[in-house]
Design a protein around this ligand. Structure first.
Ligand code: BES
Ligand code: MN
Ligand code: ZN
Length: 482
């Protein structure tokens, strides 16, 4: 979407739809205060009043609620609702007068983000054949947003554009069905990211290289199906003097559960089991596009998890990249097996603080729903920084604890570790206790996004892939440098 910031009156906005905020109990800006029809407009939060005063032709009064209650999250929601109004009237261009708000840069970012995320549609496979009539889809798509605001907010608006478009690209990757998004396709996207930025390099390992390196977790999960796995590495050299950051993202392009086959009912959603991968790849792209002065190593282990005569079996023992042996007691706990190799590899490549993001456990959906992701960490400072970035970006995280009692549950019978805890309870934490074995003393945080990666149903994410994690990770990187 084209974004520009300019100071100007509502009459000069020159857009198919002009949005202006109204606080509860307050008045509209003088320029439109007496326009015909505005008397009906209300300031209560989320109330939208569309009127046709003549100049501007089409005005949307946006209820902001009480002045002291407005925050960035509410603005993202309102911006998405405005984008929905724009779709209704088939407006290709939108102007938004920045409401009076204490932190103008934050308000500008929130409006740009809510608009770009709210206008997102995944229509790759819809209405492509001749004569196909898509009645419920608008013919005209919103192509531009003009923020009527002081010109010095252009930088904030551009930053928000970059990370919000990145989040939408992550959603495209998430939404792509498993027959269109294979490990090689994630690798191709990583290559494209590297080709697009001089400071990004890429390295891809195929199945033979993965096995030769002794990445036994990724090898074992991939051995049930014909699709060749990939281990994807992106390196961004932005300079600066903070410790090299590492991102690791779970890239299971389809999780059937393997020999411990999942029930059929929820299985189509398992195309989303690469949401961690899409988030870290596109966050890396956004960080590079913004030119943030940090060094970053991003590692994505990617495979399908399929049952067959060659599949890994319950009880099989494998050796992970760092030499630890693991009993695969449940083939559906595959994410931790591939993350284990990738975490150890990222640290070997030079990551000094590592964050992994993964749709790892159904348990986190029960614990936190789709409002918060879970973070589990061996480092209070890193966990605190992620929490703060969550509050700033609106991609919230809530910390869960580690404890020796959880760690004990992951010990193996014939091998060092089991990939399945001795009891079902606290499944998100026991999965983390497993991962902890592969980061040694490196500050590390695991973010379980199984509840937040799709069907979040906020105004600006709706159903389907949410792009969760891109904005959080970009915010974290920004916080590191300012
Ligand atoms: N990809 C799933 C986790 C998942 C489940 C994400 C439902 C989103 C919705 C993961 O690979 C998995 O199957 N985890 C198992 C682990 C268990 C066997 C220890 C789970 O959570 O049931
Ligand atoms: Mn699984
Ligand atoms: Zn999985």
């Amino acid at each position: 979407m084209k974004i520009d910031v300019r100071q100007g009156s509502l009459q000069d906005a020159d857009a198919a739809l002009v949005a202006v905020g109204l606080y509860e109990g307050e008045a509209l800006p003088e320029e439109v205060a007496d326009a015909p029809g505005v008397g009906d407009a209300k300031g209560s939060f989320r109330t939208m009043t569309r009127i046709y005063p003549g100049d501007p032709e089409r005005l949307l009064v946006v209820g902001l609620g009480a002045r002291d209650k407005l925050d960035a999250e509410k603005l993202r929601v309102l911006a998405a609702l405005v984008a929905a109004e724009a779709a209704k009237v088939e407006a290709a261009s939108l102007a938004w007068a920045l409401p009076a708000y204490e932190d103008e840069a934050a308000a500008a970012e929130a409006i740009v983000t809510g608009t770009i995320l709210g206008a997102y549609r995944y229509d790759r496979f819809k209405g492509k054949s001749d004569g196909e009539d898509e009645e419920d889809e608008p013919k005209v798509r919103l192509g531009s947003l003009s923020l009527l605001a002081p010109a010095e907010l252009a930088g904030a608006a551009e930053t928000a554009r970059v990370y919000s478009e990145a989040a939408n690209r992550a959603r495209d990757l998430q939404e792509a069905p498993a027959n269109f998004a294979k490990p090689e396709d994630l690798a191709a996207r990583a290559e494209e990211i590297a080709a697009g930025n001089d400071n990004v390099t890429v390295e891809i390992l195929d199945g033979d290289a993965i096995r030769a390196k002794g990445m036994g977790g990724l090898a074992a999960v991939s051995q049930g199906g014909p699709v060749d796995p990939r281990l994807i590495v992106l390196r961004y050299a932005g300079g600066g003097d903070s410790p090299t950051l590492g991102f690791v993202g779970k890239g299971v392009t389809f999780d059937t559960g393997g020999i411990v086959l999942k029930p059929g009912a929820g299985m189509p959603d398992m195309k989303f089991d690469m949401s961690g991968a899409s988030a870290v790849l596109e966050a890396t792209a956004a960080i590079a596009e913004l030119g943030l002065p940090i060094d970053l190593i991003t590692v994505v282990p990617s495979t399908e998890n399929m049952p067959s005569g060659t599949a890994v079996k319950p009880g099989d023992v494998i050796t992970q990249y760092n030499g630890k042996t693991v009993e695969v007691n449940n083939t559906d706990a595959e994410g931790r097996l591939i993350l284990a190799d990738a975490l150890a590899y990222a640290i070997e490549l030079g990551a000094e603080r590592v964050i992994d993001m993964a749709t790892l456990t159904g348990a986190v959906v029960i614990a936190l729903g789709s409002t918060y992701a879970a973070v589990v960490s061996n480092d209070d400072e890193l966990a605190g920084e992620i929490g703060a970035a969550g509050e700033e970006s609106g991609e919230l995280v809530w910390r869960l604890p580690l404890h020796d009692e959880y760690r004990d549950l992951m010990k193996g019978t014939v091998a060092d570790l089991s990939n399945l805890a001795k009891k079902r309870e606290a499944g998100t934490i026991t999965a983390s206790a497993f991962l902890e074995h592969f980061v040694a003393d490196t500050p590390w945080a695991h973010i379980d996004i199984a509840g937040t990666a799709w069907d979040v149903n906020r105004a600006y994410t709706g159903k389907g892939g949410s792009g969760y994690g891109v904005r959080l990770l970009v915010q974290l990187a920004r916080d590191l440098v300012d």
